[in-house]
Design a protein around this ligand. Structure first.
Ligand SMILES: *Cc1c(COP(=O)(O)O)cnc(C)c1O
Length: 395
């Protein structure tokens, strides 16, 4: 039997800190490894498999589209792209869509759009304010935008034009707003940076400030969007509307795709100013349409909210038994559990041995981001396994 993990060492760039598990098949909230072992998946492709693994709605859309038309270039009109764009616009506060292939690429598009807006409407303002602890992707510009030195330090010089200020601090944004600033970009809830929820007043105050200054508010909803936090988009919970929003991760439940959405007033790209070879191709858009339609028609966001509250309550309940659990936080099915010491890695391994996949968010924190279609029985199963893993951490 092939040792895939040895093979990886020999042939793949050693850039990922991987868990020793080779996944070969998935169905719903479960995956199977190359030795037939079964696991409950609370990682979900990093908050990507919104409908779980190989949901029939997704495989059907992919199969039918693959037999019909896969790629044409954006020199031509294609039906899945336009149907999907219409669906997103009709179910959000934004007016126009551009499709990319990943989150980072969607954010690049959003930054280019904001700079073009600055050029046309704000006397050439080009700077983007971002916040500490954020995560916006791995391209050079998105590494510069990301407020975490660990993603930046290996790659100087970084593209300029990003100003990083303290998260959840509106005064910090205000004092960084100069004539050069054209936009502020934040995640409504920081995912990768720690499942950090802002104070209730932060995002509304930010919206107000951007209006006052005439600058754009870009919401990176790549992780929070498509029902993950209990509403289709997280901005709905804060009573505000962004000028530009980016999506990716859960947008097609595993098929690579990203999207930039904008209000008509900020959708200033003219012909030739932005583009993509694969972005918005029929295959990815057919999957995305099927996923978002299913999410809307079946109120998957509402389900994520309810099951998420159940998960958070269950995790909270463990604090008593395991006093080294210092905090449980999250919204919908984006949840973190923090500890008073660096035990996340051994816990990931202890959960793995017991048949549960979880994500190490930080050395002292785990992240839970299961498929949005899970039920309470699967949460109970995960909580049982976690209880065993936490018990093993103290013995
Ligand atoms: C994952 C993520 C990205 C980057 O997406 P990729 O598809 O990995 O490029 C950007 N922003 C946020 C908030 C993310 O969670």
């Amino acid at each position: 039997m092939t040792d895939w993990q040895e093979l990886e060492k020999e042939y793949y760039m050693q850039t990922f800190e991987r868990v020793p598990l080779t996944i070969v098949r998935g169905e719903g909230a479960r995956v199977w490894d190359d030795k037939g072992g079964e696991y409950l998946d609370f990682v979900a492709g990093w908050a990507v498999n919104s409908l779980g693994h190989c949901h029939p709605v997704v495989t059907k859309a992919l199969t039918e589209q693959a037999q019909m038309l896969i790629q044409t270039s954006n020199q031509f009109y294609t039906v899945p792209q336009l149907r999907f764009a219409q669906l997103l616009v009709e179910n959000s506060c934004l007016d126009k869509v551009f499709f990319a292939n990943s989150g980072a690429e969607a954010n690049e598009g959003a930054i280019k759009l904001a700079r073009r807006y600055g050029q046309l409407k704000l006397n050439g303002a080009y700077e983007i304010i971002t916040t500490s602890g954020s995560f916006h992707g791995r391209t050079l510009a998105m590494v510069a935008a990301t407020g975490q030195p660990k993603f930046q330090q290996s790659y100087p010089p970084l593209p300029t034009g990003f100003v990083n200020v303290e998260y959840n601090n509106i005064e910090a944004i205000k004092s960084a707003t100069t004539e050069r600033v054209c936009a502020v970009m934040v995640e409504p809830i920081q995912g990768e940076g720690g499942v950090n929820l802002p104070d209730d007043g932060y995002l509304p105050a930010l919206r107000k400030w951007c209006d006052q200054k005439g600058i754009l508010l870009i919401l990176d909803e790549i992780q929070t969007g498509i029902g993950r936090t209990g509403t289709l988009f997280a901005y709905e919970q804060y009573g505000l509307e962004p000028d530009i929003m980016t999506l990716a991760k859960g947008l097609a439940s595993g098929v690579p795709i990203g999207a930039v959405l904008a209000k008509n007033s900020s959708a200033v790209f003219a012909a030739g100013e932005h583009g993509s070879t694969f972005g918005g191709n029929p295959l990815a858009c057919a999957a995305g349409y099927a996923v978002v339609k299913f999410v809307i028609d079946n109120d998957i966001a509402g389900r994520a909210k309810e099951v998420g509250q159940y998960l958070i309550k269950g995790l909270e309940g463990m604090k008593k038994k395991f006093p080294f659990v210092t905090e449980v936080r999250g919204r919908g099915l984006l949840v973190a559990m923090e500890f008073d010491s660096d035990i996340a890695q051994p816990l990931v391994m202890a959960c793995l041995e017991r048949g549960l996949l979880v994500n190490k968010l930080k050395p002292n924190a785990l992240r839970f981001m299961p498929p949005l279609i899970i039920g309470k029985s699967e949460v109970d199963e995960a909580l049982g396994i976690l209880d065993g893993a936490l018990s093993s951490a103290i013995s």
